[in-house]
Design a protein around this ligand. Structure first.
Ligand SMILES: [Zn+2]
Length: 91
């Protein structure tokens, strides 16, 4: 009997390992643009985070996203992500 492995990813905010389904992927493309990836298929370097503003704030304070992307993350990106996240919570 084969068991399907659930791929786990670490949240950049709370550092907890969770399944990809529970997390949101943030992608940085070759142009250095950040976006939320709901399909999990966007090209570029990705980081995962829980879909909650708390984890986003934690990631911002600990510079977890900067470490994941090995690049500076502008404040506007966090603000945009926060807006998109809070939009999703109401779905
Ligand atoms: Zn988290």
């Amino acid at each position: 009997m084969k068991q399907r492995k659930i791929p786990l990813r670490k949240c950049t905010g709370c550092q907890e390992m969770k399944s990809k389904k529970e997390l949101i992927r943030i992608v940085r493309n070759d142009e250095g643009e950040f976006s939320l990836d709901r399909t999990g298929k966007k090209p570029g370097r990705g980081a995962y985070i829980c879909p909650c503003s708390e984890c986003l704030t934690k990631a911002q304070k600990s510079k977890g996203l900067e470490r994941s992307f090995k690049a500076p993350v502008p404040k506007e990106v966090y603000e945009q992500l926060l807006r998109e996240l809070s939009g999703e919570e109401h779905e």
